[in-house]
Design a protein around this ligand. Structure first.
Ligand SMILES: NC(=O)c1ccc[n+]([C@@H]2O[C@H](COP(=O)([O-])OP(=O)(O)OC[C@H]3O[C@@H](n4cnc5c(N)ncnc54)[C@H](O)[C@@H]3O)[C@@H](O)[C@H]2O)c1
Length: 292
Protein backbone atom coordinates (compact mmCIF):
# COMPACT_ATOMS: atom_id res chain seq x y z
CA UNK A 1 0.00 0.00 0.00
CA UNK A 2 1.35 3.41 -0.88
CA UNK A 3 1.13 6.29 1.54
CA UNK A 4 -1.37 9.00 0.55
CA UNK A 5 0.29 12.01 -1.03
CA UNK A 6 -0.31 15.24 0.87
CA UNK A 7 -1.02 17.45 -2.12
CA UNK A 8 -1.83 20.47 0.01
CA UNK A 9 1.61 20.41 1.64
CA UNK A 10 3.38 19.67 -1.65
CA UNK A 11 1.80 22.62 -3.42
CA UNK A 12 2.46 25.00 -0.52
CA UNK A 13 6.11 23.93 -0.41
CA UNK A 14 6.70 24.32 -4.12
CA UNK A 15 4.84 27.63 -4.28
CA UNK A 16 6.79 29.09 -1.36
CA UNK A 17 10.29 27.82 -1.63
CA UNK A 18 12.76 30.67 -1.46
CA UNK A 19 15.78 28.34 -1.18
CA UNK A 20 15.97 26.01 -4.22
CA UNK A 21 18.12 27.47 -7.01
CA UNK A 22 18.86 30.58 -4.98
CA UNK A 23 22.30 32.19 -4.96
CA UNK A 24 23.31 32.43 -1.32
CA UNK A 25 26.16 33.80 0.80
CA UNK A 26 26.67 32.31 4.27
CA UNK A 27 29.20 34.07 6.50
CA UNK A 28 31.05 32.35 9.33
CA UNK A 29 30.69 29.10 7.40
CA UNK A 30 33.97 27.33 8.22
CA UNK A 31 32.23 25.36 10.96
CA UNK A 32 29.42 25.48 13.50
CA UNK A 33 26.01 26.90 12.56
CA UNK A 34 27.29 28.52 9.32
CA UNK A 35 28.64 25.24 7.93
CA UNK A 36 25.38 23.52 8.89
CA UNK A 37 23.33 26.25 7.16
CA UNK A 38 25.45 25.85 4.02
CA UNK A 39 25.01 22.07 4.14
CA UNK A 40 21.23 22.37 4.51
CA UNK A 41 21.03 25.05 1.80
CA UNK A 42 22.90 22.91 -0.75
CA UNK A 43 20.77 19.88 0.19
CA UNK A 44 17.72 22.01 -0.66
CA UNK A 45 19.12 22.98 -4.05
CA UNK A 46 20.73 26.37 -3.39
CA UNK A 47 24.10 27.49 -4.76
CA UNK A 48 26.25 28.80 -1.95
CA UNK A 49 29.37 30.87 -1.23
CA UNK A 50 30.78 29.93 2.17
CA UNK A 51 32.72 32.86 3.65
CA UNK A 52 34.99 32.89 6.69
CA UNK A 53 38.15 34.43 8.10
CA UNK A 54 39.41 30.91 8.64
CA UNK A 55 41.00 29.17 5.64
CA UNK A 56 39.34 25.99 6.96
CA UNK A 57 36.25 27.21 5.07
CA UNK A 58 37.83 25.83 1.88
CA UNK A 59 37.83 22.29 3.29
CA UNK A 60 34.27 22.77 4.56
CA UNK A 61 33.15 23.76 1.05
CA UNK A 62 35.01 20.83 -0.54
CA UNK A 63 33.28 18.53 1.97
CA UNK A 64 29.91 19.63 0.60
CA UNK A 65 30.81 18.31 -2.88
CA UNK A 66 29.18 19.74 -5.99
CA UNK A 67 32.00 22.15 -7.02
CA UNK A 68 29.71 24.05 -9.41
CA UNK A 69 27.24 24.85 -6.61
CA UNK A 70 29.57 25.48 -3.67
CA UNK A 71 32.40 28.02 -3.40
CA UNK A 72 34.66 29.17 -0.58
CA UNK A 73 35.83 32.72 0.10
CA UNK A 74 38.39 33.54 2.78
CA UNK A 75 38.34 37.03 4.31
CA UNK A 76 36.84 39.47 6.78
CA UNK A 77 33.05 39.79 6.43
CA UNK A 78 32.88 42.69 8.88
CA UNK A 79 34.77 45.32 6.84
CA UNK A 80 33.28 47.37 4.01
CA UNK A 81 36.07 46.25 1.66
CA UNK A 82 35.73 42.60 2.70
CA UNK A 83 31.98 42.61 2.08
CA UNK A 84 32.38 44.32 -1.32
CA UNK A 85 34.99 41.72 -2.31
CA UNK A 86 32.78 38.86 -1.08
CA UNK A 87 29.74 40.09 -3.03
CA UNK A 88 31.87 40.59 -6.17
CA UNK A 89 33.12 37.01 -5.73
CA UNK A 90 29.53 35.72 -5.46
CA UNK A 91 28.51 37.76 -8.51
CA UNK A 92 31.35 36.15 -10.44
CA UNK A 93 30.75 32.55 -9.29
CA UNK A 94 26.95 32.51 -8.90
CA UNK A 95 25.83 35.42 -11.09
CA UNK A 96 24.33 37.39 -8.18
CA UNK A 97 23.15 37.17 -4.57
CA UNK A 98 19.53 36.34 -3.69
CA UNK A 99 20.03 35.56 -0.01
CA UNK A 100 22.59 36.67 2.59
CA UNK A 101 23.04 34.76 5.85
CA UNK A 102 24.88 37.13 8.23
CA UNK A 103 25.97 34.38 10.57
CA UNK A 104 29.62 35.15 11.51
CA UNK A 105 29.86 36.09 15.15
CA UNK A 106 32.23 36.35 18.08
CA UNK A 107 31.65 36.07 21.81
CA UNK A 108 33.66 39.18 22.74
CA UNK A 109 34.78 40.35 26.16
CA UNK A 110 33.28 39.32 29.48
CA UNK A 111 31.57 41.79 31.80
CA UNK A 112 31.72 45.39 30.65
CA UNK A 113 34.85 44.85 28.55
CA UNK A 114 38.01 46.80 29.35
CA UNK A 115 38.45 49.09 26.37
CA UNK A 116 36.94 50.53 23.22
CA UNK A 117 39.01 47.98 21.33
CA UNK A 118 37.17 45.13 23.09
CA UNK A 119 33.85 46.58 21.98
CA UNK A 120 34.94 47.66 18.49
CA UNK A 121 35.74 44.10 17.45
CA UNK A 122 32.40 42.63 18.49
CA UNK A 123 30.37 45.61 17.24
CA UNK A 124 32.06 45.22 13.86
CA UNK A 125 31.43 41.48 13.53
CA UNK A 126 28.07 41.02 15.27
CA UNK A 127 26.45 44.30 14.21
CA UNK A 128 28.16 46.54 11.64
CA UNK A 129 28.78 43.52 9.36
CA UNK A 130 25.00 43.17 9.02
CA UNK A 131 24.47 46.87 8.31
CA UNK A 132 27.31 46.95 5.79
CA UNK A 133 26.06 43.88 3.92
CA UNK A 134 22.53 45.29 3.77
CA UNK A 135 23.82 48.65 2.51
CA UNK A 136 25.52 46.82 -0.35
CA UNK A 137 22.64 44.47 -1.18
CA UNK A 138 19.32 46.21 -0.47
CA UNK A 139 19.48 48.67 -3.41
CA UNK A 140 20.11 45.75 -5.77
CA UNK A 141 17.31 43.73 -4.19
CA UNK A 142 14.90 46.68 -4.46
CA UNK A 143 15.65 46.84 -8.17
CA UNK A 144 15.20 43.09 -8.54
CA UNK A 145 12.01 43.11 -6.43
CA UNK A 146 13.33 40.28 -4.24
CA UNK A 147 16.03 39.45 -1.71
CA UNK A 148 16.34 37.75 1.67
CA UNK A 149 18.51 38.76 4.65
CA UNK A 150 18.88 36.24 7.47
CA UNK A 151 20.74 37.25 10.63
CA UNK A 152 22.02 34.74 13.13
CA UNK A 153 21.43 36.67 16.34
CA UNK A 154 20.87 34.71 19.56
CA UNK A 155 18.35 34.26 22.35
CA UNK A 156 20.69 36.78 24.02
CA UNK A 157 19.28 39.32 21.54
CA UNK A 158 15.79 38.86 22.99
CA UNK A 159 16.65 38.12 26.62
CA UNK A 160 20.24 38.84 27.67
CA UNK A 161 23.63 37.13 28.00
CA UNK A 162 24.61 36.73 31.62
CA UNK A 163 28.28 37.67 31.96
CA UNK A 164 28.70 39.62 28.69
CA UNK A 165 27.40 43.12 27.99
CA UNK A 166 28.89 43.29 24.49
CA UNK A 167 27.38 40.01 23.33
CA UNK A 168 23.96 41.00 24.72
CA UNK A 169 24.02 44.46 23.18
CA UNK A 170 25.26 43.42 19.74
CA UNK A 171 22.75 40.58 19.52
CA UNK A 172 19.91 42.95 20.49
CA UNK A 173 21.18 45.23 17.72
CA UNK A 174 21.14 42.36 15.26
CA UNK A 175 17.49 41.59 16.10
CA UNK A 176 16.57 45.27 15.89
CA UNK A 177 18.29 45.74 12.55
CA UNK A 178 16.67 42.67 10.95
CA UNK A 179 13.29 43.78 12.30
CA UNK A 180 13.76 47.21 10.73
CA UNK A 181 14.79 45.70 7.38
CA UNK A 182 11.77 43.41 7.41
CA UNK A 183 9.16 46.09 7.90
CA UNK A 184 10.86 48.77 5.81
CA UNK A 185 11.41 46.77 2.61
CA UNK A 186 8.46 44.35 2.76
CA UNK A 187 6.71 46.04 -0.17
CA UNK A 188 9.94 45.85 -2.20
CA UNK A 189 9.73 42.05 -2.02
CA UNK A 190 12.60 41.89 0.48
CA UNK A 191 12.35 39.55 3.47
CA UNK A 192 14.37 39.26 6.67
CA UNK A 193 14.54 36.64 9.39
CA UNK A 194 16.47 36.31 12.60
CA UNK A 195 17.71 33.04 14.09
CA UNK A 196 17.77 33.25 17.90
CA UNK A 197 19.00 30.02 19.49
CA UNK A 198 20.17 29.35 23.02
CA UNK A 199 23.00 26.81 23.31
CA UNK A 200 24.41 25.20 20.16
CA UNK A 201 27.33 22.79 20.24
CA UNK A 202 30.00 24.84 18.43
CA UNK A 203 33.47 26.33 18.99
CA UNK A 204 31.87 29.64 20.01
CA UNK A 205 29.96 28.04 22.90
CA UNK A 206 33.06 26.12 23.98
CA UNK A 207 35.09 29.38 23.87
CA UNK A 208 32.61 31.18 26.11
CA UNK A 209 34.57 30.14 29.21
CA UNK A 210 34.28 26.52 30.28
CA UNK A 211 32.51 26.22 33.62
CA UNK A 212 32.10 30.02 33.82
CA UNK A 213 28.74 31.68 34.48
CA UNK A 214 28.25 32.76 30.84
CA UNK A 215 28.51 29.24 29.49
CA UNK A 216 26.54 27.74 32.38
CA UNK A 217 23.73 30.25 31.78
CA UNK A 218 23.37 28.94 28.24
CA UNK A 219 23.85 25.23 28.86
CA UNK A 220 21.58 25.14 31.93
CA UNK A 221 18.73 27.06 30.34
CA UNK A 222 17.88 24.43 27.72
CA UNK A 223 19.11 21.60 25.53
CA UNK A 224 22.36 22.28 23.68
CA UNK A 225 21.35 21.64 20.06
CA UNK A 226 23.50 20.40 17.20
CA UNK A 227 24.25 22.93 14.44
CA UNK A 228 22.45 20.62 11.98
CA UNK A 229 19.24 20.74 14.06
CA UNK A 230 19.40 24.56 14.14
CA UNK A 231 19.98 24.75 10.37
CA UNK A 232 17.05 22.46 9.68
CA UNK A 233 14.62 24.50 11.80
CA UNK A 234 16.03 27.74 10.34
CA UNK A 235 15.65 26.72 6.71
CA UNK A 236 12.09 25.43 7.24
CA UNK A 237 11.22 28.80 8.80
CA UNK A 238 12.95 30.77 6.03
CA UNK A 239 10.99 28.80 3.43
CA UNK A 240 7.84 29.86 5.28
CA UNK A 241 9.16 33.47 5.41
CA UNK A 242 8.89 33.49 9.21
CA UNK A 243 10.74 36.41 10.86
CA UNK A 244 11.55 35.10 14.33
CA UNK A 245 13.22 31.69 14.26
CA UNK A 246 13.46 29.98 17.64
CA UNK A 247 15.25 26.62 17.49
CA UNK A 248 14.59 26.43 21.27
CA UNK A 249 10.80 27.05 21.36
CA UNK A 250 10.87 27.75 25.12
CA UNK A 251 12.61 31.07 24.35
CA UNK A 252 9.19 32.39 23.29
CA UNK A 253 7.81 31.80 26.81
CA UNK A 254 10.85 33.52 28.34
CA UNK A 255 10.45 36.45 25.94
CA UNK A 256 6.73 36.74 26.74
CA UNK A 257 7.49 36.64 30.45
CA UNK A 258 10.06 39.43 30.03
CA UNK A 259 7.58 41.55 28.04
CA UNK A 260 4.73 41.00 30.46
CA UNK A 261 6.63 42.06 33.59
CA UNK A 262 10.08 43.52 32.88
CA UNK A 263 10.92 44.29 36.53
CA UNK A 264 10.02 40.82 37.74
CA UNK A 265 12.07 39.32 34.92
CA UNK A 266 15.11 41.49 35.83
CA UNK A 267 14.91 40.47 39.50
CA UNK A 268 14.67 36.80 38.52
CA UNK A 269 17.65 37.08 36.15
CA UNK A 270 19.68 38.83 38.85
CA UNK A 271 18.95 36.00 41.31
CA UNK A 272 19.83 33.44 38.65
CA UNK A 273 23.13 35.23 37.97
CA UNK A 274 23.98 35.24 41.69
CA UNK A 275 23.36 31.52 41.83
CA UNK A 276 25.61 30.89 38.80
CA UNK A 277 28.36 33.12 40.26
CA UNK A 278 28.21 31.24 43.54
CA UNK A 279 28.38 27.85 41.79
CA UNK A 280 31.33 29.14 39.76
CA UNK A 281 33.12 30.38 42.90
CA UNK A 282 32.68 27.01 44.64
CA UNK A 283 33.87 25.22 41.52
CA UNK A 284 37.03 27.37 41.36
CA UNK A 285 37.71 26.77 45.07
CA UNK A 286 37.44 23.01 44.56
CA UNK A 287 39.75 23.16 41.53
CA UNK A 288 42.35 25.22 43.41
CA UNK A 289 42.14 22.93 46.45
CA UNK A 290 42.72 19.95 44.13
CA UNK A 291 45.83 21.65 42.71
CA UNK A 292 47.39 22.43 46.11
N1 LIG B 1 26.88 28.39 19.64
C1 LIG B 1 25.90 28.96 20.31
O1 LIG B 1 25.55 28.53 21.43
C2 LIG B 1 25.18 30.14 19.70
C3 LIG B 1 23.94 30.51 20.27
C4 LIG B 1 23.27 31.61 19.73
C5 LIG B 1 23.79 32.28 18.65
N2 LIG B 1 24.99 31.89 18.12
C6 LIG B 1 25.50 32.66 16.98
O2 LIG B 1 25.68 31.79 15.88
C7 LIG B 1 26.62 32.36 14.95
C8 LIG B 1 27.59 31.29 14.51
O3 LIG B 1 28.39 30.91 15.62
P1 LIG B 1 28.78 29.40 15.96
O4 LIG B 1 28.16 29.11 17.26
O5 LIG B 1 28.52 28.53 14.79
O6 LIG B 1 30.33 29.55 16.26
P2 LIG B 1 31.64 29.29 15.39
O7 LIG B 1 32.73 29.91 16.15
O8 LIG B 1 31.72 27.84 15.02
O9 LIG B 1 31.35 30.10 14.04
C9 LIG B 1 31.59 31.47 13.88
C10 LIG B 1 32.42 31.64 12.63
O10 LIG B 1 32.50 33.03 12.32
C11 LIG B 1 33.80 33.26 11.78
N3 LIG B 1 34.12 34.69 11.87
C12 LIG B 1 34.26 35.44 12.99
N4 LIG B 1 34.59 36.71 12.66
C13 LIG B 1 34.63 36.76 11.31
C14 LIG B 1 34.91 37.78 10.36
N5 LIG B 1 35.20 39.04 10.75
N6 LIG B 1 34.89 37.48 9.04
C15 LIG B 1 34.61 36.21 8.64
N7 LIG B 1 34.33 35.21 9.47
C16 LIG B 1 34.34 35.48 10.79
C17 LIG B 1 34.71 32.40 12.63
O11 LIG B 1 35.96 32.17 12.00
C18 LIG B 1 33.86 31.14 12.80
O12 LIG B 1 34.15 30.16 11.79
C19 LIG B 1 27.26 33.53 15.72
O13 LIG B 1 26.72 34.75 15.25
C20 LIG B 1 26.87 33.29 17.16
O14 LIG B 1 26.84 34.46 17.91
C21 LIG B 1 25.67 30.83 18.62
Amino acid sequence: MTAPVNNATASVDSAKNPVADKRVIVTGAAGGIGAALATELTARGARVVLADLSPAVTDTAVGLGSPAAVHAWVGDVSSVDGIAELIAFADDRLGGVDMYFANAGIIGPTGLGDSDGDWDAIIDVNMRAHIRAAQALVPRWQEAGAGYFVATASAAGLLTQIGSAAYSVTKHASVGFAEWLSLTYRDDGIRASVIAPMGVDTDLLRASGADGPAQAAVTEAGTVLTPAAVANVALDAVEAEQFLILPHPEVLDMYRMKGSDYDRWLKGMSRYQNRLNEANRLNEETTHAGND
